[in-house]
Design a binder for this molecule. Sequence first.
Ligand code: MG
Length: 171
Amino acid sequence: MLDQKVVKLLNEQINKEFFSAYLYLDIAGYFADQGLDGFENWFKIQAMEERDHAMLFRQYLLNNGYRVHLTAIADPSKQYDSAKAAFEESLKHEQYVTASINTIYGAAEAVKDYRTMQFLDWFVKEQGEEEKNAEDNLRKIELVGDKGHSLYMLDHAIGARTYSPPSLDLD
Ligand code: MG
């Protein structure tokens, strides 16, 4: 039996992860529109990872005997005036998700819910990597500038990313 507040936060996190997938698909759409297929690919894969995160939170609740409540996903559409602005948005969003994971962790800790804390440990580490990836991308863009030939080369380099499923498997 998990604490009610913890269950509520875990359930809300499912929506936040699906929203992340939506946001990154929207950014992928922005890059597709700009003809930057590498960045498009990177964000499409990022969206797949976010969907995986949502499914992990869902599975954790199911495994603990809870009925999962799915709620409407907000419209992620935004206007970006540069590649850099889109990468800044992704870093800002990852910082928001980190704070959200930390909030759940704190709620679980407050009621000595060691099971949920252990489950969340994977996400705490994952968020460290997500923020680092977003920071690295942003730094590279700042380094080469977000126009012309150098942007094209960076698009090619970042676009080499391939999808791999999460190392956490709950089934
Ligand atoms: Mg995530």
